[in-house]
Design a protein around this ligand. Sequence first.
Ligand code: HEM
Length: 398
Amino acid sequence: MTEAIPGLTYTTARERPFDPPDELTRVREETPIHRMIYADDHEGWLVTGYALARAVLAHPSFSTRPELLHPPIQNRLIKMKEFKTPPGFFIRMDPPEHTRFRKLLTGQFTVRRMKQLEPRIEQITNDRLDAMESQGGPVDLVQAFAMPIPSLVICELLGVPYDDRERFQRDSAVMLSLRSTPEQAKAAMDDLLGYLRDLVRRKRAEPSDDLLGGLVAGGELDEEELAGVGLLLLVAGHETTANMLGLGTFALLTNPEQLAAVRDDPAVVEGAVEELLRYLTIIHIGPIRTALEDVDLDGHLIKAGEAVTIAAAVVNRDPERFGEAETLDVSRPVHGHLTFGHGVHQCLGQQLARAEMRIAYPALLRRFPGLRLAVPAEDVPMRSDMAIYGVHRLPVTW
Ligand code: HEM
């Protein structure tokens, strides 16, 4: 019999750097779904079990439209309803509106384009490693390696000049910080949209072979929609992978046997990337949804208008699905984790993110076989205050 936890609220505070918050884990040990109080006092739901989480994400009666969502934690998202989603920001649209954008974008994320990018990812990675080597340790791995690689890759894919990175990295950091006020987040988003609108105009005048150029040439989206799509890809495409590279390296450095396997055995690398994605689950708020109509979930009635937050980090540690889920084991076969979501919104960039990690982790570990933390592990600042979890800095030497 499940014990009700009165007044359960959401938390992003992790007691240990690689484990989800203990409180949320305790909920999963009790029950796969529980009532939860949202930051706007809405009484909704928290899902912690794997099977139910997948069921919600695959169910057509759950919406991602911002005007319907409730904020699981106290931050700028509390004003979610006042945030008008820019046209083209399709992660916050439901089908059939979502389907139109998703189809257009899937047409651009071709196998050919991804394959073409791989040698560039290798080159970009090696350039960063050369720069680290000539600079000498200690360095902050986030600034020297984890951030620039995905940032350069997404710029190349979209056709965004990398020289403008200061502007879009600053804007996207403000958008993703849980400490930003709604006004700050909105100003950062507007600035980035303005920048992208100009870029789209330039691409209309001068056709280019990159993804944004391809969408411009396709002629199906107007200028505002193109800027919104660009915004989504730019923000989703670099902070996420950058944090996987930073946090993943930290996790490997504190698990030397696992690190040695990734460094020395090419056969392990693909699975290691999946295991690190599962084990670390950098998406530490959500995914979040709202029921459009009454839905029965395993005997629980989710009423129309009620919010559901999936605690992906604890779902990915569900022992019923992943066995010894609390251990990082890069040689275990892992599939079906929810770090890229599930259902119609499942991450569009997942193959690109995987390619970046498959190339970057072993290249780093082979170039610097003596890689180690330059500060005690407990002094590494963690990103509990950001929508995407990871490390703020990772001082390393070799
Ligand atoms: C390790 C890296 C990444 C992680 C963990 C990640 C995670 C996610 C998750 C969980 C979702 C679904 C959200 C939801 O259902 O509400 C998502 C959607 C999305 N991601 Fe990623 N992502 C990563 C990398 C990327 C990259 C590199 C790109 C772009 C090149 C990208 C572009 C997108 C887009 C466009 C969507 C929206 C898809 C849709 O609504 O149809 N992501 N991502």
